[in-house]
Design a protein. Structure first.
Lengths: 71, 704
């Protein structure tokens, strides 16, 4: 299951990434394996999404969220 | 001013770094360039409690030492470039106390470079309110550096920070954060050996960033590349390993020092605001309402100061012409320099207002929500959520807007934004449109409420936005990009704007505009003045001779006589000659050589069109009154056919030309400055000219 499949309000724990380049950027922003992510909201047009991670809010595109595999 | 100690400010975006910089330096700051790149370098001076002076350098906000944009790449270059002498004696790392975890990543990277560090724990008031307790002493002890809790917004803890800077140790005392050597032991050892550095993290950064570091020679960079191959070093994998190790360190550190309630208060408030501001329906309504407000503000609030500036220059010009004897030097001063200067300064009110509003939107955190909402639409046409700001700014002036594209990380998105921004109807086009629309469109209402002239003007604005989007869409397929586009962006919590920052941004942008655009516009104005004031052969002398005959001097008033002479001279000047030369080219668009002169002189600034028309048609009385220019243009007839020159077809064809053509020397200059490659402004000039010519041609032949 990937992060992009979660609904608003649902949470998941990061397991691994499918894309190395993207994972480097995501990890720098605090999306690390073992970290809990909550979907805060989805942009009015359905993409990007806003997530709550490491104590703050981060937005990323659905495609980017789909590279994050959850436990 | 000479500084005793050099201090660099480093921190994540949205941590109050600029606010702290402004507090430390006051208005005692200047903006320059980092050598070789076009990133603004903000430096200022701060008096320390021990009587010494510190030079403070504000480095661009970044989440990591690994750069994602041009601005961010400066951070490591400054901290590492020993040859240029920019390396600071001390680094102040600003951490957001309410969001320590992510903020600490950058700290651990900076700390490992082993330059002396002081930590400023900013927004300590916000984090206390949110119920976060930080054991500052233990935190400082574990890091091995001084930690000063401050609130830049409320100006608390600043004196203590200054004292700490003054008495900071000259040698780096920070604890190691991670085992850097373990990431690539043999490669690091070899680079350390060859580049004579005792710092393993510096060696590792050379391996990661050697391609973009200006201070390495090509030979050195190639050697690093070769070493990487030998030791099969994979930059991204190494970076991933490093980041995970750093967060492990951070988690351990925070476990002992920070106690946090389940959900922070600030964020729940922010969430409530977001429910409305990024709502499916209200979100867009509010966004468009704000756009409309900005639009209104740019035009209505700036009208009065603009008029004032215009009047001031007119007064100065007439005062100088009266006080000094007429001659080429006075003419150069009045019609060249002062006219050019007035053309620059008249835009300052609009730019100041635009950037004040943009900085309020950015400061409150709303701008990142705009990006969040618009990203999907903008991406479809090859732009980025962040392109919205420069495009809105384009309604005032393309020059500062193009400068504001620097925060777009993706190269391709940034280039496309730069390429299409000049298509947006900037305020210099407004006087041209107003004049031409009033000339041919009747002042009547249709469907009771809509004024026809208003509709025509609105259509020109809509056309500009549509054309920018279409061109961006086309360029999306033309430009090839090596980078992958991504959109990983922090949504900061909503905050009240910091009015001092707003005022400062306003001042800063206006100053940059005056200096950047000003130079070019004044230079072009002087060249145009020469072209308009001198002509080939002895034509000018002949004109003077002809009009000194009694049949002119006795029948005409001195004022109208001098107007006729000016008009006649312009016809025979080099500008007039050029107008005649390009006439065959612009004839298919419905333009004659007189319009040709106006097109050429508009290259300094588009609104010069009105003034040139006034001279060509030797407008009597107050030449700067739109109405008098209009009347003259209205009664102008073609000497060959006897029909009026400015028909509906010609006026609209001319408007199309002004809508699309790159008649702005300052924009060309700023595009070069931002891209560092002449091919970009050249390509832009070429495509816009083709677009302008085709649009004018089509419109002229449709309406004829």
């Amino acid at each position: 299951m990937t992060l992009s499949q979660l609904e608003v309000g649902e949470t998941g724990i990061v397991k691994e990434f499918t894309d190395l380049e993207m994972s480097v950027k995501l990890m720098e922003m605090g999306c690390l394996p073992g970290e809990e992510i909550k979907i805060s909201r989805i942009a009015p047009l359905g993409d990007p999404i806003a997530i709550h991670v490491s104590g703050y809010q981060l937005s990323l595109r659905k495609f980017e969220a789909s590279t994050i595999i959850l436990q | 001013m000479k500084a005793d100690i050099r201090v660099a400010l480093v921190g994540n975006p949205n941590t109050g770094k600029s606010t702290l910089f402004n507090i430390l330096t006051g208005l005692n700051q200047k903006i320059g360039n980092f050598p070789g790149v076009t990133v603004d370098k903000k430096t200022g001076f701060c008096l320390l409690p021990d009587g010494r002076t510190a030079e403070i350098i504000d480095l661009p906000g970044t989440y990591s030492i690994y750069p994602k944009s041009k601005d961010e790449s400066i951070v490591f270059s400054v901290l590492a470039d020993k040859a240029k002498g920019m390396v600071p004696d001390l680094i102040v790392v600003i951490l957001d106390a309410s969001n320590l975890k992510r903020n600490l990543l950058l700290y651990t990277q900076i700390a490992d470079l082993k330059i002396p560090v002081v930590v400023a724990l900013n927004m300590i008031d916000v984090s206390e309110k949110a119920g976060i307790t930080i054991d500052v002493n233990l935190f400082a002890q574990k890091l091995g550096v001084p930690v000063v809790p401050i609130s830049a917004r409320k100006i608390k803890g600043i004196d203590q920070l200054k004292t700490t800077i003054a008495y900071a140790n000259k040698i780096a005392l920070q604890q190691d954060t991670i085992d850097v050597e373990a990431i690539a032991p043999r490669l690091i050892a070899q680079i350390q050996n060859e580049y004579k550095t005792d710092n393993p993290y510096f060696a590792l950064q050379l391996a990661h960033q050697h391609e973009t570091l200006g201070f390495l020679t090509t030979g050195e960079s190639d050697r690093v590349e070769q070493l990487e191959k030998e030791h099969s070093f994979h930059s991204q994998k190494a970076q991933a390993t490093e980041t995970i190790a750093r967060y492990n360190f951070i988690n351990d550190l925070l476990y002992d020092t920070v106690k946090k309630p389940e959900t922070a208060h600030d964020e729940t408030v922010s969430n409530k605001i977001d429910k409305i501001l990024t709502h499916k329906v209200f979100g867009f309504i509010i966004f468009f309402a704000i756009l409309l407000f900005i639009f209104q503000a740019i035009f209505s609030w700036s009208a009065y100061p603009q008029e004032l500036i215009g009047d001031l220059f007119l007064w100065m010009q007439s005062a100088i012409s009266k006080a000094l004897p007429a001659g080429p030097l006075v003419s150069l001063l009045v019609d060249g320099v002062l006219a050019g200067l007035s053309g620059v300064l008249v835009f300052v009110p609009q730019i100041a207002i635009l950037f004040a509003l943009i900085s309020i939107l950015e400061d409150t955190g709303y701008m990142s929500r705009v990006t969040f909402m618009m990203d999907k639409v903008m991406r479809k046409v090859g732009l980025n959520g962040k392109s919205v700001v420069p495009l809105i700014g384009g309604f005032a002036c393309a020059v500062p807007s193009i400068m504001s594209t620097r925060n777009i990380e993706n190269w391709k998105d940034r280039m496309i934004t730069i390429m299409v921004t000049p298509l947006v109807a900037c305020s210099a086009r407004l006087p041209v449109y107003t004049l031409l629309i009033a000339l041919v469109v009747p002042d009547r209402n249709v469907w009771w409420v809509f004024n026809m002239r208003g509709l025509a003007l609105t259509a020109m604005y809509l056309l500009s936005i549509v054309s920018a989007i279409v061109v961006a869409f086309v360029m999306k397929f033309i430009l090839k990009s090596r980078e992958r586009g991504y959109f990983i962006m922090e949504l900061p919590v909503y905050r009240m704007p910091r009015w001092k920052n707003v005022a400062f941004t306003m001042y800063d942008r206006s100053k940059t505009f005056v200096l950047q655009a000003g130079k070019v516009i004044i230079a072009v104005s002087i060249i145009l003045w020469v072209l308009k004031s001198y002509g080939p052969g002895d034509k000018f002398a002949q004109i003077d001779k002809t009009y000194s005959q009694p049949r002119y001097t006795q029948t005409m008033t001195p004022d109208s006589l001098s107007k006729v002479i000016a008009s006649e001279k312009l016809e025979n000047s080099y500008a007039g000659v050029f107008g005649h030369v390009i006439e065959p080219v612009i004839k298919p668009l419905g333009f004659d050589w007189k319009i040709g002169i106006a097109l050429i002189s508009s290259f300094a600034a588009r609104e010069v069109f009105v003034g040139t028309m006034a001279t060509i048609y030797s407008v009597e009385g107050d030449a700067d009154k739109m109405e008098s220019v209009q009347q003259k243009m209205h009664s102008a007839t073609n000497p060959d056919t006897g029909k009026p020159v400015f028909t509906l077809a010609v006026a609209f064809s001319l408007m199309m030309f002004y809508a699309f053509a790159m008649q702005c020397a300052s924009t060309v200059a700023v595009v070069y400055r931002e891209t560092k490659d002449w091919r970009w402004p050249a390509a832009q000039f070429a495509y816009m000219t083709v677009l302008a010519y085709s649009a004018s041609f089509i419109v002229y032949h449709l309406l004829k």
